[in-house]
Each structure stands twice: as structure tokens, then as C-alpha cells.
Design a protein around this ligand. Structure first.
Ligand SMILES: CCCCC/C=C\C/C=C\CCCCCCCC(=O)SCCNC(=O)CCNC(=O)[C@H](O)C(C)(C)COP(=O)(O)OP(=O)(O)OC[C@H]1O[C@@H](n2cnc3c(N)ncnc32)[C@H](O)[C@@H]1OP(=O)(O)O
Ligand SMILES: CCCCCCCCCCCCCCCCCC(=O)OC[C@@H](O)COP(=O)(O)O
Length: 393
């Protein structure tokens, strides 16, 4: 192991990286707050400024993945589609299996110049995460509680707001609605069976409401759906802590560009179309499992330096004052000040660890697991399933 590799595993480096991320993030959140008075005067300018500010936060995680861990991101796609990436608005449909799939997605956004403006239909809980969740308010991210009766109105309104967005954007949808676990898979396949739908081996049954409403409301704004399937080579199961430790992963992404006007307008046809898409995605995963690659040509999009430069800028700006402060504290000789500072640093570390926990699958939600028990009973599609779930608890 080289010296640089050893350095990357050191706690001190992690603390510095997290400190820079947190402090720069809070400064940017504050700047975003300052743009509030601009919204009623010049909404498009406020949006553009917020795209740049958001970029300055999310690109730090991209820099961590690309430059710190050196993770390789390979794209499988048709060359004629490649030319259009970053030059049009698109809905991205992506599988949801990995703890860092958001970072990998962001990395592809960065390569095609749409990182600052990228959007997602995200669970409401993420909006409370400091820095990233707060940044998302200003980027007009669409949040849902995953309770359709409560979500319908807000989701539709938030989607309509995006119709005049001044920058090209990719709108990410994880139609499975939650990350893949064996337990969730088993339950969702029981739902599939009851609905007479073919079983999926590598995906959960997709939830169709979010997709259909997005297509409906962004028709005319978005020109294509990018059907995207992500995998990591050699059965790697990447984690944010692994990336922080400088572990190199190998991401393979297969993207098919599907023109939006080929997707049915009628809601039930649209839902059937999405189920068919997931059956095809399952076949691509099977192909990957068998051959170690996706179909189609490999076109690795080039790295851009901006994420790294932005990161270095914040490191230079924030590390020097930190060192001076720590030095002053040590020299002050006051036990009280040193204890207070240590407690404060500990609290910040716990906070960061909680944020990292948000990315961890074992700390994930029960959505699609036991939360559905009542829902399934209501729909009366799994008469004995509630009892079997209770037994498991
Ligand atoms: C190219 C590279 C990538 C580029 C990346 C681009 C941009 C990047 C931008 C940002 C990166 C940051 C990433 C952050 C990621 C955060 C992502 C998330 O938070 S995922 C979670 C939130 N999102 C979603 O859930 C989206 C998908 N969900 C939906 O669309 C849902 O429909 C909904 C709108 C949320 C509503 O959900 P709800 O549960 O209330 O209703 P549904 O109608 O969907 O469900 C009821 C329906 O489902 C049946 N059912 C019951 N149990 C199950 C089960 N276990 N599995 C499947 N189906 C089930 C039930 O019978 C009902 O059926 P029916 O409709 O027939 O009545
Ligand atoms: C330079 C960077 C330094 C890094 C320091 C650490 C910073 C920590 C950053 C935390 C970022 C938090 C953003 C979380 C985004 C997670 C997206 C995600 O994958 O959410 C899960 C949901 O889709 C589904 O949830 P489940 O129902 O599976 O539950």
C-alpha cells in the first residue's frame, strides 16, 4: 500500500474532509438563503445562482468519488444518444441498489455539465439532512412522503414549477421507491404475483404513480427518458465510508435514450410501459451477471477539473483558519475552553456520522417492507401476508 493510500485511511484526513464539507455547506446554505429576496424580482436569475451554489456542494462529493477514491465510471450507451446528453432535459429512471448510487449519478451529471441543475423525486426525510437537504429546497427538488394521497398535489405542483427552468436538467426517478434488500424484494414479488405481473430477479416492483405523473407534467419540457441501469464490477458493494477511506470502485452504467413521445399518455398504459421497462432492465442485469458487461458501446465521458478545483478552493479557504483556531486554543491553556472545543468537535462528528448513516441501507426505511402491511390489507391483495409478517417480528 502506497503512502498516499495509507494517508487516505487516516481519521485526521476524514475529519478535515468532513469539516470542509460541513462548514462550506453551511456557508453555501446561508448564501442560498440570501437569494430569497431575489426570487420575486428575478426568478430565473435566482435559480441560476442557486444552481451554481448547489454545484459547489454536490461537486465535493463528486470530487471525493472521482479524485479521492479514484472510482472509475464507465458508460455503456449508443454514440448517437451520447451526443444529446447534457443538451436536453431528461427523466432518468435508475435502479436503486447501492449506498453511493446518488454519488455515482451525480458524477455522470458532472461529466455532462448538469450537476448543479440535477433534480430528483426524493423522500421527504432527506429534506431535513443539513447541507444537502437544505440545498435541495433552493434547487426545487420534488419531495414526497411516499403516501400518494398526501403527495399528489405537492408533487404535481412541484413538477409544473420546473416547466420554465432556465437550465438543462436531469430528473431522477428511482421507481422502486426504496433501496433493494432481499426482504423488500420478496414482498414486492408477492405483490407482483398477486397483480399477475412477471417476477423480477434484480429489481423491486416499480411504483408507477410517480413516473406517470412526471411524464404527464413534464411532457413538452423533457424530450427523453434515460433508462439507466447501474452496477458495480466484481460484486462490489460500495459505501460512503469506503469512498472516504479512498477505496476505488468500478461503476458501470448502461443508458438507453427513449424519446418521450413514444411513451403512452394514458395512465394505465404508461404504468404497463414502466413494468415492461423494468422487465427489460432485469434482462440487462442478467446479461451483466453472465458476461460482466452491458450491451452497447463503451464511451467513457471525460473528467472535468471543476469539481476538484472547487474542492481545493474550499480546502484552502477553510483549513488555515481551523489550524490557527486550534493552535490558539492549545496555547490559551484554559482547560474549560479545550473541553468545550472537544465536546463541540465530538458533537459535529456525531452529526456527520448521522448524515453518513442516511446513505446506509441497513439504516434504511421500512417502506415496501412492513409499512405495507396495512396497505396490502386495505388493497386485500395478500390475505395471509400480514400474519406472516407479524410472525417475522
Ligand atoms: C444517468 C445517471 C443518473 C443521473 C442522476 C440524475 C440526477 C441526480 C439528482 C440527484 C441525486 C440525489 C439522489 C437522491 C436519491 C433519493 C431518492 C429517493 O429518495 S427514492 C424514494 C422517493 N422516491 C420515490 O419513491 C419515487 C418512486 N415512487 C413513486 O413513484 C410512488 O408512486 C410515489 C409517488 C412515491 C407514491 O408512493 P405510494 O407508496 O404512496 O403509492 P403507490 O401508488 O406508488 O403505491 C401503492 C401501490 O403499490 C402497490 N404495492 C404495495 N406494496 C408494494 C411493494 N412492496 N412493491 C411494489 N408495489 C407495492 C400497492 O398495491 C399499490 O398498487 P396500486 O397502484 O395498483 O393500487
Ligand atoms: C466531500 C464530502 C465529504 C463527505 C462527508 C460526509 C457527508 C455526508 C453526506 C450525506 C449525504 C446525505 C444525502 C443522502 C442521499 C441519500 C440518497 C439515498 O439513497 O436515499 C435513500 C432513498 O432513496 C431511499 O431510502 P430507503 O427507503 O431505502 O431508506
Amino acid at each position: 500500500m502506497g503512502i498516499l493510500q495509507v494517508l487516505k485511511t487516516q481519521l485526521l484526513c476524514h475529519l478535515i474532509i468532513c469539516y470542509v464539507f460541513l462548514v462550506s455547506g453551511l456557508i453555501i446554505n446561508l448564501l442560498q438563503l440570501c437569494t430569497l429576496p431575489l426570487w420575486p424580482i428575478n426568478k430565473q436569475l435566482a435559480r441560476k445562482i442557486n444552481c451554481r451554489l448547489g454545484y459547489s456542494i454536490s461537486s465535493q462529493l463528486v470530487a471525493l468519488l472521482e479524485w479521492w477514491s479514484g472510482t472509475e465510471c464507465t458508460l455503456y450507451t449508443a454514440p448517437e444518444s451520447y451526443k444529446l446528453y447534457g443538451k436536453e432535459n431528461a427523466i432518468v429512471v435508475l435502479n436503486h441498489n447501492f449506498e453511493i448510487d446518488f454519488m455515482t449519478g451525480w458524477t455522470f451529471c458532472e461529466r455532462f455539465g448538469v450537476l448543479g441543475s440535477s433534480k430528483v423525486l426524493a423522500k421527504k426525510d432527506l429534506s431535513y439532512v443539513p447541507v444537502i437537504g437544505w440545498m435541495w429546497y433552493f434547487l426545487e427538488i420534488v419531495f414526497c412522503k411516499r403516501k400518494w394521497e398526501e403527495d399528489r398535489k405537492t408533487v404535481v405542483q412541484s413538477l409544473r414549477n420546473l416547466r420554465d427552468y432556465p437550465e438543462n436538467f436531469w430528473f431522477l426517478l428511482h421507481c422502486e421507491g426504496t433501496r433493494f434488500t432481499e426482504k423488500k424484494h420478496k414482498i414486492s414479488m408477492e405483490v407482483a404475483e398477486k397483480k399477475g405481473l412477471p417476477k423480477l430477479k434484480y429489481h423491486l416492483l416499480p411504483r408507477t404513480k410517480g413516473f406517470c405523473v412526471t411524464v404527464q407534467n413534464l411532457r413538452g419540457t423533457v424530450t427523453a427518458v434515460y433508462d439507466s441501469t447501474l452496477n458495480f464490477r466484481n460484486n462490489e458493494m460500495p459505501t460512503l465510508l469506503g469512498v472516504l477511506n479512498g477505496k476505488k470502485y468500478h461503476a458501470d452504467l448502461y443508458v438507453r435514450r427513449i424519446p418521450l413521445d413514444t411513451i403512452p399518455e394514458d395512465e394505465s398504459e404508461c404504468a404497463a410501459w414502466l413494468h415492461k421497462l423494468y422487465q427489460e432492465k432485469d434482462e440487462f442485469q442478467e446479461h451483466y451477471r453472465q458476461t460482466g458487461r452491458f450491451p452497447g458501446a463503451i464511451t467513457s465521458p471525460p473528467h472535468r477539473p471543476w469539481a476538484l478545483l472547487n474542492w481545493l478552493f474550499w480546502v484552502c479557504l477553510l483549513v488555515y483558519p481551523l489550524c490557527m483556531l486550534l493552535l490558539q486554543l492549545l496555547l490559551s491553556g484554559s482547560t474549560f475552553t479545550v473541553v468545550c472545543t472537544s465536546v463541540f468537535c465530538l458533537a459535529v462528528s456525531v452529526g456527520i456520522r448521522w448524515m453518513i448513516g442516511q446513505t446506509e441501507i441497513d439504516k434504511g426505511s421500512n417502506y415496501g417492507r412492513d409499512a405495507n402491511e396495512q396497505q396490502l390489507k386495505d388493497h386485500a391483495i395478500l390475505p395471509n401476508f400480514g400474519a406472516s409478517l407479524k410472525k417475522n417480528h
